[in-house]
Design a protein. Structure first.
Length: 538
């Protein structure tokens, strides 16, 4: 009953004022930007009829002291700063309303009854950093203006589903506010936050008065970014440089929401300074040129919620040569870089690599460890690019091998030949450049010697006597001399063991003839039997 009367009265009063040409504004909302005591206030309201020429006056009435604190004309603006000096006290209950004047008519908005000190509205929070990892989204947020402990509300949703929400509070002291949200699904999320001041509890008991900040803009949360799969394409040029064309895969759409960046570094250590590059999302290729020495490339992908671990790629040095000529002469006009290292197993570059921009090959040649294979590259600077002009293995002094070839083995033995095979002597045990292998074959008091190229690992021994024992000794030889023998014994087959081609042919002919005879005789007998049945029939 009471409500109906109130509604009726409202309708009547509205229609009366409307008829009179003055429409009141909304009731004002007033707040300050932080809990700081020196903060000024702001009151705002909405005009209901913006076309009319109207002036607004803001009234603040101390309802405890029953006195008018201020009435401030704001012209036709719909907001008004209230300076602390105008107010004096902010911790008492006040009535605030807006009077509107249109022509010679005035009308009042409805009143709000508030304690101004409790009206704090922070700026919307800003997400300064997001990191998504193992089902957790870690957020870093800007502090409110007063750096106070704050209450936050966060809401999140998967695409096109309902918002979920949670609240949390932060500490006074931290430099940045932070929060960890659990997001397990492999999907993109939207998130948004707002915050609210924690007010003096004795003054602001009425929780309805606490104001939320505006929501922060909706932010997309992509998936954790995975390692890019990189395909290097290496093209070797004859002028001592190599062209490197790197391309890598596009991350999934879920990972790329909000953009992806790549950090790339190419390190052709030790002669070139590392090249670093940060690339935006679209371009997933990188081209550069490097010398013939080893290059290390590392790529990190970063999206809005974190970075992938680095993807490391090694582009090995142009295959180490096993022997070559002494370096060619370099004129003094070029800037050079000499690079050298131990190459103990002939293939792998060690972790210590020496380099010098001043020394020449001659300076280092005699200084390195004796009997150990070393490798050098000589790069020169031409057209602002380093290019490799020489690369070779070298020894300061060569020695004889300290081991014979391994796994010496005899196979394919016949009455007159056999094959000897072996494993090449490891580079560390060659102690010099292997010139060739020496193979001695002794049997029946006779020894023959063969020289076999250093890159070979088997040799066919011919012209042997049947049924004879032989000893094979094999050793490597360098400039400095022969190494120790590896020895193996074997015996050739006796001649009778095999049938000659001619014998085999005769045997096959005999077998075929025998088979024919048997088949023919069986067929003849069957034919005779059938004839007998036919003649017995009526
Ligand atoms: C609150 O902060 C905003 C943005 O810094 C500013 O425009 C506004 O005038 C401030 N309001 C008050 C009441 O100080
Ligand atoms: C609005 O009112 C002011 C004075 O109150 C007057 O100077 C002005 O001409 C009026 N404007 C309109 C559009 O009526
Ligand atoms: C208000 O102004 C209107 C004209 O704008 C005039 O007709 C009317 O008499 C005035 N009323 C009073 C009470 O002054
Ligand atoms: C609006 O409020 C003021 C101040 O309380 C009062 O003087 C005036 O009569 C009110 N006007 C209306 C139309 O209610
Ligand atoms: C989530 O939002 C609803 C509706 O706005 C609200 O009633 C509820 O209190 C909120 N929950 C939390 C934990 O903030
Ligand atoms: C090496 O040759 C290629 C083409 O053969 C050329 O593009 C490149 O610029 C050359 N590099 C240098 C350092 O001269
Ligand atoms: C680099 O490689 C990609 C794919 O392997 C190819 O499409 C592109 O044309 C190459 N660019 C150059 C300059 O070789
Ligand atoms: C290098 O220079 C030296 C003297 O400067 C000369 O004797 C030698 O023949 C040159 N070698 C080559 C490969 O040009
Ligand atoms: C040994 O004999 C087999 C079969 O007769 C042949 O395939 C193989 O190549 C021979 N091995 C050598 C090292 O000649
Ligand atoms: C030793 O080898 C030579 C040449 O192959 C041969 O003529 C001679 O008969 C061999 N001596 C013996 C004892 O086999
Ligand atoms: C060894 O090198 C020679 C040329 O120097 C080549 O003809 C031969 O095929 C090589 N042998 C092997 C087993 O690589
Ligand atoms: C290896 O064997 C051959 C033939 O038996 C022999 O002449 C040579 O002295 C041996 N070498 C070593 C280092 O024992």
């Amino acid at each position: 009953m009471g409500i109906r009367v109130a509604v009726l009265l409202l309708v009547v009063s509205v229609s009366l004022t409307e008829a009179a040409g003055c429409i009141p504004t909304t009731s004002p909302w007033c707040y300050k930007n932080s809990t700081l005591p020196e903060e000024d206030f702001m009151c705002k309201w909405d005009k209901r009829n913006p076309k009319e020429n109207q002036t607004h006056t803001l009234f603040i009435w101390d309802s405890e002291k029953k006195s008018l604190i201020m009435c401030a004309n704001s012209g036709d603006h719909s907001e008004r700063y209230i300076f602390l000096e105008e107010l004096g006290i902010t911790s008492r209950n006040m009535d605030i309303w807006v009077q509107t004047q249109v022509g010679n008519l005035t009308c009042n908005s409805s009143k709000i009854s508030v304690i101004l000190e409790c009206l704090v509205k922070y700026s919307a929070p800003q997400i300064t950093r997001m990191k998504r990892s193992a089902g957790t989204l870690s957020l870093k947020l800007d502090k409110p203006k007063d750096s106070k402990s704050v209450k936050y509300e966060i809401r999140w949703r998967e695409r096109s589903s309902e918002w979920q929400n949670a609240t949390f509070e932060t500490e006074d002291s931290t430099s940045q506010d932070s929060y960890k949200l659990h997001l397990q699904k492999q999907t993109i999320y939207h998130i948004q936050l707002r915050r609210q001041a924690k007010l003096q509890p004795h003054l602001c008991k009425d929780s309805l008065q606490t104001l939320w900040s505006d929501w922060s803009p909706v932010v997309d949360v992509p998936l954790e970014i995975s390692l890019p799969l990189v395909r290097p394409l290496v093209e070797q040029w004859t002028n001592g440089t190599r062209h490197i064309n790197l391309t890598w895969d596009e991350p999934s759409a879920e990972e790329s929401v909000g953009g992806v960046w790549y950090k790339l570094s190419v390190n052709v250590w030790p002669c070139e300074k590392p090249k670093r590059k940060e690339k935006p999302t679209l371009d997933r290729t990188y081209k550069t040129s490097i010398t013939y020495s080893e290059a290390r490339i590392s790529i990190i992908a970063t999206n809005k919620v974190g970075s992938s671990p680095p993807r490391e790629i090694i582009i090995p040095a142009v295959k180490h040569l096993s022997n070559c000529d002494k370096p060619s002469n370099i004129t003094q006009d070029y800037q050079t870089c000499l690079e050298w290292y131990k190459l103990e197993n002939g293939e792998t570059r060690p972790s210590t690599v020496n380099s010098s921009g001043k020394k020449s090959f001659k300076d280092i040649e005699k200084g390195v460890e004796k009997f150990v294979r070393h490798y050098y590259f000589l790069h020169i600077m031409r057209k602002k690019h380093l290019q490799t002009v020489d690369m070779c293995p070298f020894y300061s002094e060569q020695g004889a091998p300290i081991k014979g070839p391994g796994n010496v083995n005899i196979s394919n033995v016949t009455h007159e030949s056999s094959v000897v095979s072996w494993l090449s002597i490891p580079v560390a045990e060659q102690r010099g450049f292997l010139l060739h292998y020496l193979i001695w074959i002794s049997g029946q008091g006779n020894t023959t010697l063969h020289e076999v190229q250093a890159n070979e690992t088997s040799f066919k021994i011919k012209n042997l006597h049947p049924g004879t024992s032989y000893t094979v000794s094999i050793a490597g030889e360098t400039m400095a001399g022969k190494g120790p023998n590896s020895t193996v014994n074997f015996e050739t087959h006796s001649e009778e063991m095999g049938l000659s081609r001619q014998d085999q042919t005769i045997l096959i002919v005999c077998v075929v003839a025998l088979l024919c005879t048997i088949i023919c005789s069986v067929a003849v007998r069957r034919g005779n039997r059938r004839n007998r049945y036919i003649s017995a029939a009526p």
